[in-house]
Design a protein around this ligand. Structure first.
Ligand SMILES: *Cc1c(COP(=O)(O)O)cnc(C)c1O
Length: 455
């Protein structure tokens, strides 16, 4: 059985407990046509079969990780209340849970004091961080590496902030020399670093960038949407570990619990080191904020209505899997990193492939060794499709020439980028599944290359 059914029984037990909290109220009739609901629900189940098998370890493609059963159950349970964390009026208990869960995320980064909240995802979280940056440094530019998530240049357009891309080194990290040059010549208010790029999982060299900050005095925002949780992992390469170790020195951090934090979609988080930036959010509301003088999360968030269920699920997950180094959750992340290392080693020893560089986190990117850049790209696409037919789901990534050139991937550059194979090994189970994954990749690659040779 691929999808867990066993945990569902717990939901009914917990629902009974929740219901008891309201037993002083007069009863309400639930006039429900169960048969009609069932019919539609079964139709939904049928329609949902048309999906890639995201929860299965043979799905090793895009950045998708199944929510923990506790997250799923807590989310569903809270839907019987459907709290709105905009104001305490709409989400009393879940707002308290949000404040606690977010404080635990801040603590993971070493912040005892912070301002922060959950939001719909990394995009909105980054929007808020860049918007605060703009308020603090109006008219100054924002820079991020050219491997940073494309959301940053787009958000800068939304916010009307001039944006510049900093070139990367051959490991897809922000090139510190290039950054220094820009700082010399441009009015830069904020540097966005990426703690784990979406394409290759590269971590920008934060320690060196902090040295530049001492000279040039810019604001630092860390986009750790995907990589933030790796701060808990002890077994990283020394320079990667060093970057995570000084993450407490940045001004703001974005982390996506819906990426690596075992949450259903709709859970991002923005954190500010200086709580006084809350002043930029200030507004009065004629409708809300009546039930309490305590902080209503809507007073420090750009989104108004927000799912309290996201906070409930995150709190429950962190209760079960505390965010501590060496804990069960951290061990799971470590297993993902191990899986990536093993796959990297296998690829590196295989003459059919060229690995771009050793993985810093749990994403591996590799090219097919081939004559021209175009041929290599085409072969990668063929292998991608052939693997999917055998139930192994990988991803593709277009990487620019400068990241690949030194690896001797191809003989001839007839185009300026190569489509590479990419695998996000985000599930702890990927470690145990690396051999079956490799067996399929090995087999389909042989078949594709044989076809190519024969044609
Ligand atoms: C996924 C991601 C984003 C965008 O976040 P969403 O949750 O998809 O909106 C931003 N930055 C990085 C580094 C990411 O990996």
């Amino acid at each position: 059985m691929v999808l867990d059914e066993a945990s569902l029984a717990l939901l009914q037990t917990a629902l009974k407990r929740l219901n008891k909290g309201f037993n002083t109220l007069p009863d309400v009739e639930h006039d429900l046509d169960l048969e009609a609901v069932e019919n539609v629900l079964l139709e939904v189940a049928g329609r949902m079969q048309d999906n890639y098998p995201y929860p299965h370890p043979l799905y090793a493609g895009q950045m998708l990780k199944p929510p923990a059963p506790i997250a799923r159950l807590a989310y569903m349970l809270s839907l019987w209340i459907n709290p709105n964390n905009h104001a305490l009026d709409g989400g009393k208990a879940s707002s308290a849970l949000e404040k606690e869960a977010v404080a635990d995320l801040a603590k993971m980064f070493g912040w005892e004091r912070h301002l922060g909240h959950l939001c719909s995802g990394g995009t909105v979280a980054n929007l808020e961080a860049l918007w605060v940056a703009k308020n603090l440094h109006p008219s100054q530019k924002i820079v991020a590496s050219n491997q940073a998530h494309y959301t940053h240049s787009r958000l800068c357009r939304v916010l009307g902030i001039p944006f510049l891309a900093v070139p990367c080194n051959s490991r897809a990290q922000m090139d510190v020399g290039e950054l220094k040059q820009l700082l010399e010549t441009e009015e830069i208010g904020t540097v966005v670093i990426t703690m784990g790029t979406t394409a290759t999982g590269s971590v920008d060299p934060l320690a060196e960038i902090l040295e530049l900050q001492k000279i040039y005095g810019f604001r630092l925002h860390a986009d750790a949407a995907y990589g933030g949780y790796f701060r808990l992992v002890e077994d990283l390469a020394p320079e990667t570990k060093q970057a995570f170790a000084c993450l407490n020195q940045v001004d703001s951090i974005v982390i996506d619990p819906h990426k690596h934090g075992l949450q259903p979609y709709g859970c991002g988080c923005v954190l500010f080191q200086d709580p006084t930036v809350g002043r930029f959010y200030h507004h009065d509301s004629p409708y809300t904020y009546f039930s309490s003088d305590e902080l209503h999360l809507g007073e420090i968030s750009l989104e108004c209505s927000r799912p309290g269920s996201s906070a409930v699920a995150l709190w429950a997950t962190q209760r079960l899997f505390p965010l501590v180094p060496g804990g069960e959750f951290a061990r799971g992340l470590n297993q993902s990193c191990q899986a990536a290392k093993i796959l990297f080693n296998k690829l590196q020893q295989d003459s059919r492939f060229r690995v771009v560089f050793s993985p810093e986190l749990d994403i591996v990117v590799w090219a097919v060794y081939g004559g021209t850049a175009g041929q290599s790209s085409r072969l990668a696409q063929e292998i991608f499709k052939a693997a999917a037919r055998e139930n192994l789901h990988l991803a593709l990534a277009n990487l620019p020439r400068y990241l690949l050139e030194s690896q001797g991937v191809v003989m001839e550059w007839d185009q300026d980028s190569i489509t590479c194979l990419r695998s996000c090994l985000m599930k702890p189970e990927h470690l145990a599944w690396i051999e079956p994954i490799w067996a399929i990749l090995d087999r389909v690659t042989d078949a594709v290359l044989k076809d190519e040779g024969g044609s």
